[in-house]
Design a protein around this ligand. Structure first.
Ligand SMILES: *[C@@H]1O[C@H](CO)[C@@H](O)[C@H](O)[C@H]1NC(C)=O
Ligand SMILES: *[C@@H]1O[C@H](CO)[C@@H](O)[C@H](O)[C@H]1NC(C)=O
Ligand SMILES: *[C@@H]1O[C@H](CO)[C@@H](O)[C@H](O)[C@H]1NC(C)=O
Ligand SMILES: *[C@@H]1O[C@H](CO)[C@@H](O)[C@H](O)[C@H]1NC(C)=O
Ligand SMILES: *[C@@H]1O[C@H](CO)[C@@H](O)[C@H](O)[C@H]1NC(C)=O
Length: 178
């Protein structure tokens, strides 16, 4: 049974989530590799990646035939040579959601041989857009550039809110089950 504390926490959470939907249209993006073609041989994932903008907090997801293919996160050498030595992660569920937690280059390849048939993708993950204070300096420039900056600030605050919410949910869940 839930304690009174848990009940108030749930109520608080609902209010915060409701407010979040009102305040922010921004959400973390799930970048589905290859879109509706998925993670398969014979694709050029450079073209796909060039068409995406990745931010910290987004997800990259791979959809493929389980057991036939998989996903390894490797370094530049692994990406170029299709080798998995020193891989920093591997996934094999067939529907893998990978959180992008660090800015910079990330390399993913298939570890069952598909890499040699194009199943490799390299992406650049950007840090969160600049904080709201940036819009003050931007108003000195053209209205077009300040619009971009305030959009970015809106995205940043939305993402920050999501991170806070994620923390709240984790806290709530552990307070119920522990
Ligand atoms: C994939 O596309 C990129 C950019 O269009 C190109 O530079 C690259 O050579 C292509 N790779 C293959 C294996 O065709
Ligand atoms: C890039 O994105 C646009 C708009 O979403 C889409 O029409 C186009 O097919 C995409 N190109 C590639 C190579 O994925
Ligand atoms: C990667 O492959 C190239 C040739 O394809 C080779 O010259 C190089 O030594 C390889 N690097 C590693 C770290 O295996
Ligand atoms: C990638 O990892 C392999 C194995 O740990 C290592 O030998 C290689 O030097 C690394 N390459 C880069 C570019 O860091
Ligand atoms: C895959 O990842 C697990 C940990 O998540 C690790 O124990 C295992 O050695 C990895 N496999 C390979 C082939 O790197």
């Amino acid at each position: 049974m839930l304690s009174n504390l848990s009940h108030s926490l749930i109520y608080f959470l609902l209010v915060v989530v409701g407010a979040a939907f009102l305040v922010s249209p921004a959400t973390a993006t799930d970048h589905i590799v290859g879109a509706n073609k998925g993670w398969n041989p014979g694709m050029n994932y450079t073209d796909w990646a060039n068409n995406q903008t990745f931010f910290v907090g987004d997800f990259i997801s791979f959809r493929y035939k389980k057991f036939e293919y998989n996903v390894f996160e490797v370094n530049k050498t692994g990406y170029e040579n299709c080798t998995i030595e020193g891989a920093t992660g591997n996934w094999s569920k067939g529907k893998d959601f990978i959180p992008l937690e660090k800015p910079g280059k990330h390399y993913f390849i298939c570890g069952t041989g598909g890499c040699n048939s194009g199943m490799k993708v390299s992406i650049v993950v950007h840090s969160l857009p600049p904080p709201p204070s940036a819009s003050i300096t931007a108003t000195k420039h053209s209205s077009e550039s300040s619009k971009h900056v305030s959009d970015a600030a809106e995205v940043a605050s939305g993402r920050l809110l999501l991170l806070v919410l994620r923390g709240l949910v984790v806290g709530l869940v552990s307070s119920i089950w522990m």
